[in-house]
Design a protein around this ligand. Sequence first.
Ligand code: IFM
Length: 441
Amino acid sequence: MSTHNLSRDHFPNDFKWGVATSSFQIEGAHDSDGKGPSIWDTFCDIDGKIADASNGHVACEHYRRWPQDVELIHGLGVNAYRFSISWPRVQPDGQGPWNEAGFAFYDQLIAALEQRGIEVHLTLNHWDLPQALQDLGGWANRDLCGHFTRYATEVARRFGHRLQSICTHNEPWVIAILGYEQGIFAPGIQSRSQAMQAVHHLLLSHGMALQAMRGLGVKAAMGIVLNLSPIYPASDDPKDLAKAHLDDGLILRWYMDALYKGSYPQDVIDHLGEDAPHVMPGDLNTIAQVNDFLGVNYYTRNFSSSGNPWDVASTGNEVTDMGWEVYPQGLTELLCRLHADYQPQRLWVTENGAAFKDQWVDGVVADPQRLAYIRDHIAATHAALKQGVPVGAYFAWSLMDNFEWASGYAKRFGLVHVDFETQKRTLKQSALWYRNFLSGQ
Ligand code: IFM
């Protein structure tokens, strides 16, 4: 079916249509009402780490402007909203007393969404770890599994009955590899062994948290969100083929095998050698809990090269402002592969979107490239559904322009434009298109 002819009616009635955000990227109010510092507050203070030397102190001022933002979400006609709780806002040091003012913020946000009939999809960890826990070694320290489980249990005890879903971690690969191996994200460490230990503890804490939250009788669907993409060899050179297989192991099979098969792939363990994580007996059984859903964040495909020069321009496809190739077919391919190899009960596209250099001109933000990107990826999701893949949700990333981590505010992913001087929100043409699509126009 042509992507232009596709309508909402081609999807199941109970399909979830949403937009997504995360706490650090939009909330601001970095030290208000008892919130503790997160690792991203600390990281932003280090010279040269954030492209525009910005931070999350104000961001989109969502902490104060949330009523207006809920109206924006409602106005789009979505039936689901995905956001994260800032752990240091509700437990400033990650171990000690709960901060009631922090919980009150999320309580009123959830209430406003409930009143409008918008499903609440909550993420516990979208990267803003309490700094006090980083001071103990962060995710490389096994003790964090227990701290995270207590935090997850408290959130589930308070809000679980009002949530459609709870995601433990958003993109553990990014947390561990960009944060602990490459050092380009918080906490800025460069150690492969610490990174792989962090990966293991993130996965272990996911399993522990699911067990504990289910022990409370919480009915919300529970799962995890991974950043995944198909990996292509840069050429037919056998070395590139081998590299692509290994990279697939490091990025996809490591996580999916652990979560769905209770094992880590042997070829990757062998490759890691001394940097492989220390795994205690029973850990992999704990990790392999039943997930009610698997969240997939898809932006582009990846190419692996063993050293042969490769340039994204060689694909001939459009490239976003992040330098990422626009390749919707990769989403269909990925969803089909996950279904074939691992059979998750339900697959949800929990993030998908693109950054482009948007201009606000006389109240209009024309973003035809983002509009086409979203439209074509919705069609790619539909193509997977047609092939029998149980895809149940599509969340556009992001509701509004926000703090794009090490890129600061320079990269705009929003359906809604934010003027960071005035905090004025303007629906981009992609948002108007999404709204029309959802209303059947
Ligand atoms: O902005 C991020 C988000 O926080 C996690 N997934 C990828 C997005 C775009 O880079």
